[in-house]
Write a protein of this length. Sequence first.
Lengths: 535, 325
Amino acid sequence: MSEFPRWKVIWLWALTLVCVIAAIPSLTSTMGLPWPASLPEPKVNLGLDLAGGSHILLEADPSQVRQQRLEGMEESVRTKLKQDGKSIRISDISNREGALTFVVAEPSQVDAVREAVLPLTSGAGLTGQRDWDINVIDGNRFMLKPTDAGVNQAVTQAMDTAVEVVRKRIDALGTKEPTIIRSGPTRIVVQVPGLQDPQALKNLLGQTAKLEFKLVDTAALPSDVAQGIAPAGSEIVPFINPSEGGGAPAIAVKRLGGIRGDQLTNAQQTNNQQTNEPVVNIVFNSEGGAKFAKLTTQNTGKQFAIILDGKVLSAPTINEPILGGSAIISGRFTTESANALAISLRSGALPVDLKVVEERTVGPDLGADSIRKGMIAMGVGTLALMVFIMVTYGRFGVYANIALVVNVLMILGIMGIIGTTLTLPGIAGFVLTIGAAVDANVLINERIREERHRGRKVIQSVELGYTEASRAIFDANITNVIAAVLMFAFGSGPVKGFAVVLMIGIATSVFTAVTLTRMWVMQWLRRARPADLNL
Amino acid sequence: MKLLKLVPDDTNIHFLKWRVPFYVISIILMAASWGLVLTKGLNLGVDFVGGQMIRVTFVQSPEAPVVELREQVAKLGYGEPVIQRYGKPNEISIRMKLPEGADHDAALSDRMARTITADIKQNHTDARIDGVDSVSGKVSKELGWDAFKALGFAALAVAAYIWLRFEWQFGVGALFALVHDVTLTLGLFAITGMEFDLNIVAALLTLIGYSLNDTIVVYDRIRENMKKFRKMPMPELLDLSVNETLARTIVTSLSMLITLTALLLLGPDVIFGFTAAITLGIFVGTYSSIYMAAPILIWLKVNPNSFVPTESAMDKQERLARERG
């Protein structure tokens, strides 16, 4: 037990050394010293509460994805039945209440319709599961209901796309080192360090940027539109800015036959040459350009609405076919909002609306203040503690103190190597770990005192001190690990950071306070062979 | 060098003599804490009730104009703000409930924060906005539930571990001591009106871990002594164990006090409540491991033979063989 063979000594020192060396980059960076770029840099990341920055939690509404699927299915069914050329007429189409329903006019055609619709309803998934359930009610009423599995898969896809879109938009803002991760089935966590004002970011993320061009239903009566009643095949869309509609708050547009503005190669904020008003210039890709050309050619002289996220930006008249593949969007923008729209359009539309459900922003001054105060408190606390331990345990206290310093460096080193984040509560975790690490040495040293007092020999007392105290140290540390693991599992951001420091600290403190000090004490005993202990 | 010895050797204090009065006091304090938490309530932060918290430092003023700010913010029409100091007198947090309908329209709460910060900046040129926390109703409910689960699971898990390592009576004792510590800390938060947020939950979890440190050290010694002194009556044995570990208890408590005081006085203002909770908890924990966790073993009638190693069949054969020579 008391023997420390050479290989063990070397091994312990090597392990200690590696962790301590790994701590150096973290130390220099917290103190603001330079670090040569040619060397690897296993540095502790500072959490947003220390570095300053914004943490934003975005949430999507899965029912929106369900509705989108219903609308998409309606479009597909219509197209499919038209293509079949069997002159199948359907009516009473509805996509409300979570299902697409329609009535086949000729009951004899029900089987033909079923055959036509069936390929649309099997999922792209490999599991062979159906994305839609088909039911026929009352002989000729079809009901297509999306299955939960199908919707879930669509939500997952939508969220994957949303993460990509969010990343592109944040990159466009030019912020450094953003963190964007999925959190649960419908959430995205965005963390941007060092951001003074997250407003621009939130504006950008809050904009779905679904751009549509739809024909205005000029047959709709203004009185109906005002009351929100849409003619068959049309829908009422409000103006983003009522003055654009010449006083009318909303306008009726044809539900079908429009095109989406998602096939773009570029979007730029420019100024209108005549009015000098900020506008957005969009450039279609070849497919989008062809669609836009077709729309404008077939509807020259008619009015169409430019709709952004369900609101009409403007409703100009098509004076001539637009064949060049680019268009100007106006809508009483400011330079900022036009620029934000251009970024959003460039990055593509979000497949779902995202809402900010949690935001935490810390100014860089407060963060810097916290680090400074945390470091001072830690320094003063540790020094005072070391003095106390030294006057209480003498030589044994010095060993405990060296172990303490090694412990702090090891925690920093390990945090750097595994790339964890130091948060504000994490600093408190550090201080606590220091207190707890000392407890192990207190337990051991008090036990050695006790055994000496009972009249045991020096070497026996030391050995008993370590073995007898180890049991309690072990049990106490296990309970701390249990608490820390649960904190990690249920905690959010900063609390997680605290739990990580605690867990690392528990492991390193057992190593430094028990294993290392025992090695030092045993080596000293063998060298000096003291007849009595000053303890 | 003469070393510092805070506790003399061979103390023989009859701690357990006072176990009944201390139990009565503790139970009254616990009941009072629960009463306070239920009637006065905790000053829950935005983490648990939703809403917004804006931190402002008035850089050039010795003190934040709290009264003026309260009127000024109330005038904006978003309801009454809760304004509190944290840390220095010129650092305040302004808390607002989320405006009605904010769960459906995120822009509403955004606009509220923007209006308030713009208004403060306009009226106070030295105001520095240090941070904005905005939590929706849905997320705050989840955070509250997660915190509750974490605390509950942690308490049960560590109690189960103690049961596993010792006996069921020890598990019950540890659990009771733990509930005692957490309850009194909650009572402190209710009585002082310090803000109760996610960080405090982390503090309570830490407390669960660390207050058990003491309990385990005492229990470990009790177990050891139960093996050694088979015939000693329980109260005497508990007193002996507490006395034997007293020096360690005092030195460790002082060590913790030294570091935590440094953190309380010099540390970041934002985590003052967090540090305060842990500081109080550590001391309540030391007390409870002596007066709550130990005496309960008498009442729960720990079997004195619990930790006597039973003789295996092989041991018996060997012993008999030795006796036969």
